[in-house]
Design a protein around this ligand. Sequence first.
Ligand code: SF4
Length: 208
Amino acid sequence: MARYTGPVCRLCRREKMKLFLKGPKCDSMKCPIERRPYPPGEHGRTQLRRKDSEYLVQLREKQKARRIYGLFEKQFRNLYKEANRQKGVTGENLLRMLETRLDNVLVRLGFAASRRQARQLVRHGHWSVNGRRVDIPSYQVRPGEVLAFKVGSGAETVVRDSTELISSVPAWLEADHDSLTAKVLRLPDRDEIVTPVQEQLIVELYSK
Ligand code: SF4
């Protein structure tokens, strides 16, 4: 799978807000949004004064969600189609599916400082689910599943350092930062998904 290799902070500036894509740097004064809170490019500053069309607002919301969770357009659209097929509210289904991706869950549990780092840890085979190695970052975790880190591998320090950065774990997850294991207690409710995304705008965009 190809991946975005360009400057990550540029993505935040494009969305005019912090997307927290770089771990500890995002909470420091080194974050470029602190100094340049406007979109990149020659006309970046003028875009702050522009009144966005309805379409642009919807598009930006979708791009923001896509960038926060680190998906390409095709992956994101496929996830939307799947969310639309499921019972319930499409927007909430979509957010829940994004939230229960294995790479995102590791961030929520405090086992990775960013989704990028989580993806790398998963791809390199450091995590197992119910005792079986899973190296697919998009793997959807399910209630009752137990996640475990392969203790003793070279990445253990990175994972333990990440656990120092988190203050609390969402109520739908349970983490043991000593043994580097975790359990998925249930699926998250909408109000437990703290990602700043208005999912209804995304549904409106894709429903056109
Ligand atoms: Fe975004 Fe983090 Fe870069 Fe700031 S430091 S612009 S929040 S990725």
